[in-house]
Ligand binder design. Sequence first.
Ligand code: FPP
Length: 257
Amino acid sequence: MFGKIWKDKKQSPLSLSYTKEEILRHPIPEHVAIIMDGNGRWAKKRALPRAAGHYEGMQVVRKITRFANELGIKVLTLYAFSTENWKRPKSEVEYLMKLPEQFLTTFLPELIEENVNVRVIGNREQLPDHTRRAVEQAIAETKQNTGLILNFALNYGSRAEITYAIQSIAKQVEKGLLSPEDINEDLVASYLMTKDLADPDLLIRTSGEIRLSNFMLWQLAYTEFWFTDVLWPDFTEQHLLEAIAEFQKRGRRFGGV
Ligand code: FPP
């Protein structure tokens, strides 16, 4: 289906190279979600502090956002901070909380120019003021943009999201505004933080971990998964093309035949 060029054998004998043009000949996933993992290991391998891995990870966010936009992907959801990440050492949490601010201050003009629409899922109220302000400014300033939706999952946890949705629905039932029979899958989806977005078509997780870590449990029901050993700071445009090529080879039946 695609031109196959073997990469340097020493590097990865099984990986194929794809060009953007080859990938664009077939339907591409509209919504790509990524669990960006391996920043810490990347830093450790280089005897650097973990923060250096997160900083490098932020540069990759920029590169992949740009490329996703070029490919015509409609939504890119990035797991930037989970509700469980608060358990990390205080200094690391503080650093991670500075990243959205740093990213958005540095790259906001570029995101605006590239017509990117920034959004956030997750509990914003628990974020430090400086982080929340940066995120809200980016959301406000890119609100009119019609290109790629760059959706950060920030202080996001899927179980918390679903629990909150159930509470909200229960309150409506208690008030008599909904009856239990009104509760169907569409209604539940409309109470989730992703209510305005289609479900992801492709989920990527880097760093060799093969689990979901409380990420979009409802939304990933029919998503194609692609796992790679590559650490997030080493993730390139070529890896994204590889993931999409694999997606294009899979037949999605959504439970049908
Ligand atoms: C997981 O790697 C990564 C995170 C918890 C943070 C992800 C954040 C970024 C990639 C930068 C975010 C950028 C913006 C713009 C918000 P890890 O630290 O768990 O790595 P390890 O498993 O190797 O220790």
